[in-house]
Design a protein around this ligand. Structure first.
Ligand code: BG6
Length: 462
């Protein structure tokens, strides 16, 4: 295998609410993630002081980050993607002054990364916002949230301008269509108009902070973050092909606005046909013109689409209700494994936008067993990542500009969909189970040494 370019960044990606724990430490406020303790598709709960949940401690990254970063450095990471918990910086979200203890935590975290030359890639909002903004203002449904978010973003840009040069706005911004409380702080039964209005506010906020980032840190780059939900037609029937284009546009719409600076015509027609009414002001239109520098995305699987509704009801599976592809195997969680799909997706995004791409999530959630000798032989994970990296390399040969690759959960963390510990993605095992039992001890898996060798050889050993 020919080497990856020298500029290619290698690393892993985690998120504050799935790794840090310390959910009320050092002035942190409650976030939407804290009131969704059973995952992004779970129900919202009122928190009481006596109850505790898995994410409250997560893997205790808040206290153990030095150990973890040393392990990432041992693997040879040149970057680490994580998020800032907005509710550590502005516990309620609408304060005028930031929480110094929260800011100091991320200072120490970024300083620790710098010791090992690990470049931070920082998501401003990864599946959480201060819960107070939901109860008092109605989340992103309220235009005022744009202002609160901009204040938060400007605060962290100013504070970390010398330490962080790669930023992402909203994690998987298109997930708001499927998990509105997590994405935009709206109840699950919100009307399509309410959801798209909230999404519009978030898109405006994303554009406004893109401009702020350019103003405050001229040598930084800021990208969006999409769930790369690529789907194929189940058959070559023209109706299936059209339905598939429509389905792909549901997520590409976000990229279109963030990369091209305006709403695409197909979306305006969709709004009209579906009687979705949203307010877009002239000022919003001007703001949206601040487009991102690069596109980052997650990729785990693909699925199929059919226009035949009976067939659809019979076969629907996967988290996003896609029809399973008869040609692909599935993970233990029913996610269909499609390495070639990442090459297709990279080419598609490059052809559409001609902006650099960054794969910021990819990996296999699986149950790991510890052998009597105390080892974790995760060949399935090695195979999955190897096959995807081979296809990424193909895409580079196709002429696609790719900035780097961060595998999801390089250390086991709490899963997002159902808040499980047993769905492990890591190269590093964490001793904790779904009930919260375990010592939190870290242990290198077989894949740890494999990923280390891939990074060291700059992909040559794939
Ligand atoms: C992405 C999210 O959807 O997928 C992550 O950005 C998430 O937060 C990851 O953890 C994998 O999903 P899960 O449910 O297996 O953790």
């Amino acid at each position: 295998m020919v080497k990856f370019p020298n500029s290619f960044l290698w690393g892993g990606a985690i998120a504050a609410n799935q790794a840090e724990g310390a959910y009320l430490t050092a002035g942190k406020g409650l976030s939407t993630s804290d009131v969704l303790p059973h995952g992004i598709f779970g129900s919202l709960i009122e928190r009481t002081p006596n109850e505790s949940f898995i994410k409250d401690i997560a893997i205790d990254f808040y206290h153990q980050y030095k150990t973890d970063i040393a392990l990432f450095a041992e693997m040879g990471f040149t970057c680490l993607r994580t998020s800032i918990a907005w509710s550590r910086i502005f516990p309620l979200g609408d304060e005028l002054t930031a929480n110094e203890e929260g800011l100091a935590f991320y200072d120490s975290l970024f300083d620790e990364m710098a010791k090992y030359n690990i470049q931070p890639v920082i998501t401003l909002s990864h599946y959480e916002m201060p819960y107070h903004l939901v109860t008092q203002y109605g989340g992103w449904g309220n235009r005022k949230t744009i202002e609160f978010f901009e204040r938060y973003a400007r605060t962290v840009f100013e504070r970390y301008k010398d330490k962080v040069k790669l930023w992402l706005t909203f994690n998987e911004i298109n997930m708001s269509l499927h998990a509105p409380m997590t994405g935009v702080g709206l109840p699950e039964n919100s009307s399509p108009s309410a959801v798209y209005q909230a999404i519009h506010h978030q898109l405006v906020a994303s554009a406004r902070v893109t401009k702020a980032c350019h103003d405050i840190i001229p040598d930084a780059k800021i990208g969006n973050m999409l769930l790369g939900g690529l789907v194929y037609p189940l058959t070559c029937k023209p109706d299936d092909v059209w339905e598939t284009l429509t389905e792909n546009r549901k997520w590409l719409f976000f990229g279109d606005v963030q990369c091209r600076g305006q709403y695409p015509g197909y979306m305006l027609r969709y709004f009209k046909d579906q009687q979705i009414n949203i307010t877009i002001t002239e000022e919003d239109k001007r703001d949206l013109q601040h487009t991102v520098d690069f596109i980052s995305f997650s990729y785990y699987m693909t699925g199929c689409v059919t226009a035949d509704k009976d067939e659809y009801e019979k076969k629907r599976g996967n988290i996003l209700s896609m029809v399973p592809n008869p040609h692909l195997e599935s993970s233990e969680w029913g996610w269909q494994i499609d390495p070639k799909g990442i090459r297709t997706l990279l080419n598609l995004l490059w052809d559409r936008y001609q902006k650099p791409l960054f794969i910021v999530e990819n990996g296999l959630g699986a149950i790991d067993e510890i052998t009597p000798e105390g080892e974790i032989i995760d060949d399935y994970r090695i195979q999955y990542i190897n096959d995807h990296l081979v296809q990424i390399h193909e895409a580079i040969q196709d002429g696609v500009d790719i900035m780097g690759y961060t595998s999801w959960g390089p250390i086991d963390i709490v899963s997002a969909s159902k808040a499980e510990m047993s769905k492990r993605y890591g190269f590093i095992y964490v001793d904790r189970d779904n009930q919260g039992n375990g010592s939190l001890e870290r242990k290198r898996k077989k894949s740890f040494y494999w990923y280390q060798s891939i990074i060291k050889s700059q992909g040559e050993l794939l």
